[in-house]
Design a protein around this ligand. Sequence first.
Ligand code: ZN
Length: 156
Amino acid sequence: MNISIGIGYDIHKLVKGRKLFLGGVEIPYESGLLGHSDADVILHSVCDALLGAAGMDDIGVQFPNSDKNLRNISSLILLERTFKTITEHNFKVLNIDCAVIAQEPKIGPHKKEMIKAISKILKTNKINIKATTNEGLGLIGKKQGIACFATVLLKK
Ligand code: ZN
């Protein structure tokens, strides 16, 4: 069996006046992530991990922020397009593991819904989302941003 692993990392700034989207789910919170799209760090890191495992260019190349059509786009659409691209190259997703780093809000209550949204697109239930705070340390600890790591295993 031909299997390959990929890693993705993403971070976005938290700012007032933006809605917060994580894992394809809108989460009620006092601020949201700033970016060209909806700035969903979970989905962006998953896209990058998928592209990495497939040996392809990263999300910034696939979906450049100079593309006006991508402005405020739902990252679920970016994930859909990424999945289509790797599927066209005969890759199948074996599993995904994510580690979100957010001081606030709590991720736990939304995990199930996030996994549901992601698994609907990637057609696998083997998706795991874990979350940790940054223990109040650094920029993430001071609630200035949210980051996420994702690892993916693909088979061909
Ligand atoms: Zn991003």
